[in-house]
Design a protein around this ligand. Sequence first.
Ligand code: SF4
Length: 442
Amino acid sequence: MSEKSNSINLNESAGLNKKRVSFHTLGCRLNFSETGSIAQGFVDRGYEVVDFGAPSDVTFINTCTVTDGADSTCRNLIRKAYRSSPEGKIVVAGCYAQMDSERISKMTGVDLVLGTSEKYKVFDYLEEDSEQTVHIDKTASFYGAATSEAEGHTRAFLKIQDGCNYVCSFCIIPQARGRSRALPIAEAIENAKKVIDQGFKEIVLTGVNIGEYEVNTGERLTDLVSQLLELEGLERLRLSSVEPNTITDELLDVFASSPKFMDHFHIPMQSGDDEILTLMRRRYSVDQYKEIINKVISRFPNAGIGADIICGFPGETQEQFNHTYALLKELPITHFHVFPYSSRKNTLAARMENHIQHGVKKERVRALKMFGEAKLSMFAEDQVGSSNEVLFERQNDKGFWEGYTKNYVRVWVKSKSDSKNQIRHVYLNDFVEGQLRGEILN
Ligand code: SF4
């Protein structure tokens, strides 16, 4: 804890000498949508958003605690923030803040530690002249959020759901984010209109477990998606991660009914072995997972499909790992998100026997990552000779404009015109040094 005063007058920020705020976000897209809304709140109060690491009056770190690696990255970021802005306020918020507030509050330079619900009240806490550093609320309210112009993204992450009622044995998220809750359709549509009015062409629906949407609201996710697809000004819609057991035929039919829905899915697999899936308390078997992927591909033959995979779950044998490898080989999964199993306090898996040695986990992760890179390259190379709509995000330091196809392959294009936030029809003509290249047709 620093010796700095905890209070800050947010109204001082209006005027010539704007106060500066910087952000760093770790973890899932939900965190990014939430940082977006909080960044907009600072901008509305007259702040200028500067890059993380630049001198700032306030540094806001939105944390993640999915693995112990994420925890230690958060602590390194706090140290970095203090080095670059020793006089500024440092706010540490989100999942890791919720789970390890005491340790964080003792770190040099930290002024505020805000849990997963309290982070939205950062403005109140900054104005308060209080010595209290830690604010954690376990009642878990719902706060809507969406990426904002303030954060400079091209795709808008729109939060429609938070928390989770599942009890996957390895997962700490239900403890960090609480029970599942969701935003009613009418409010989600209003929030979507706001981001479209800001100029966003693409929305990514986000949540911890968006397949639970109906359970919380009594309204159907299919109805929300249908209404979003009809919104004027919205050109592209994606879903972030969706649990396989919550993907219905009807949902897939709604997606397939509109060209605005992108043929890109993120469907966590975690393991390709039935015994491990049971120990993980996942709600599907290997055969059910295969069935879902095949249904997706039958409607979207050129889909990019991402999957999360955990290597080295307690007791995972080499043979069981091989089953995961074989399933990833068999299925048209294109984007691998591979993590070593990380023991999280107060989870069922943490108490299991036969935890796998660090070196073995590392080797399994390495093998899957290499395989994943090869599969993504093959998928990208397969696109050569076709055309696709690309939403451009930025010009890179080699002078190419970069953006994503509908099926989520990154493309580089040479263009003299400013293509940021433009959707262009692109002929994909080459695959060079691991990069898909194209030329703009319109
Ligand atoms: S579905 Fe499972 S892995 Fe995903 S947040 Fe809920 S408990 Fe965690």
